[in-house]
Ligand binder design. Structure first.
Ligand code: 5GP
Length: 342
């Protein structure tokens, strides 16, 4: 276990409100005792499973606990520090800006709070490079999606390279990506990178065909893309042709029951193809995991040697949305740390 913990890591798929730890939930509950929220409502423990629908209910509970600028600042700082303590050297956080009339939270102040958290951690010397992807919740439709892209564009310019892209997430059984294409095209044209949840459930094939026309810069999950899962060879060919990395979230997919067991996870298919795959947590708080555990799980399930695990974390550097200079710095860091570990 020490090896996986010490391994320098890159986290590219982490939803802010799904990443809130038990300790932070404790502090939030103390701030809002009147909500009568218990821990069992915010996390899915070892051996437990929920349907994807039930997972989305969990997010709603957390959203009740996190509804002021101060909450977001605290949650984001805690999450960043927890990833840093797990030896994550580069982190892309993603979150859906929300407005709350009661607390005068606006989407703009939401994003500002996350950026403030990133800057404060940097000033405190936390050893991690953090970037932010502004998330579009597909449930909210095309107008909100466009508004979100505009917000991200403004912050891309003002945040000093901290906002690097857009995430498309939210309940995959609701809405259709077709109506979101104009917003996503606009984002791409203005230089924002795109990480899109794709084929998370079987019914999304046609949508995946469409979204691949963009094409996205990274794919979240992509569980049902390949033919053995009801997808198609032509989808696989296009993903391979564009070399679009897949963000792989083992525990999340098994606990959320979109994948029946670890050994049947689609990581195996893509990894055997030699396709870029990045091990990620998705929602480390909700699914009670961390990135070290996810690497260990990948190694034990798929029989990966330490060398192979090292290469997996090293290759993740190629998939980050920050620029070439940042990638070079990270590669340097990996080179320096390698002799101590392998
Ligand atoms: P937030 O955006 O509020 O920081 O993080 C929680 C949100 O992330 C959820 O409401 C949902 O929109 C999105 N999310 C978290 N995990 C998943 C997942 O596994 N699949 C999808 N499609 N969306 C997710």
């Amino acid at each position: 276990a020490a090896f996986y913990k010490e391994l320098p890591k890159v986290e590219l798929h982490a939803h802010l409100n799904g990443s809130v730890s038990v300790q932070t939930v404790e502090r939030l509950i103390q701030r809002k005792p009147h909500l009568n929220i218990e821990h069992s409502m915010t996390a899915i423990g070892k051996g437990q499973r929920r349907t994807l629908d039930e997972c989305f209910e969990v997010f709603k509970v957390i959203h009740k606990l996190v509804d002021t600028e101060e909450d977001i600042l605290m949650v984001a700082k805690d999450v960043i520090k927890e990833f840093a303590a797990d030896n994550v050297k580069y982190l892309e956080l993603r979150s859906t800006p929300r407005e709350e009339k009661d607390t005068r939270l606006t989407k703009k102040s939401y994003v500002e709070a996350v950026i403030k958290a990133i800057q404060q951690c940097k000033n405190e010397g936390v050893d991690i490079d953090v970037r932010f992807l502004v998330a579009i919740d597909r449930r909210n439709g095309p107008e909100v999606a466009l508004e979100t892209v505009k917000l991200a564009e403004d912050f891309m310019l003002s945040s000093g390279d901290l906002v690097v892209g857009i995430d498309l997430s939210g309940d995959p059984t609701v809405g259709h990506g077709r109506v979101l294409l104009p917003a996503l095209e606009r984002a791409r044209n203005s230089g924002l990178k795109l990480s899109l949840h794709m084929s998370e459930v079987p019914s999304q094939l046609e949508e995946s065909e469409l979204l691949l026309n963009l094409p996205p810069d990274r794919i979240g999950h992509g569980t049902f893309l390949h033919p053995e899962m009801g997808g198609s060879q032509s989808l696989v060919d296009r993903v391979v042709k564009h070399q679009i990395p897949l963000e792989i979230c083992l525990t999340s997919n098994v606990k959320g029951q979109t994948v029946p067991s670890y050994s049947q996870h689609h990581f195996r298919y893509w990894y055997q193809l030699g396709h870029p795959c990045v091990i990620c947590t998705d929602d480390k708080g909700v699914f009670c995991t961390d990135l070290s555990q996810e690497y260990q799980l990948a190694a034990s399930t798929f029989g990966l040697s330490r060398d192979a695990v090292w290469r997996l974390s090293e290759r993740a550097v190629d998939c980050v949305f920050a620029g070439e200079a940042v990638k070079q710095q990270l590669r340097q860091k990996w080179t320096e740390l390698q002799p101590g570990l392998l």
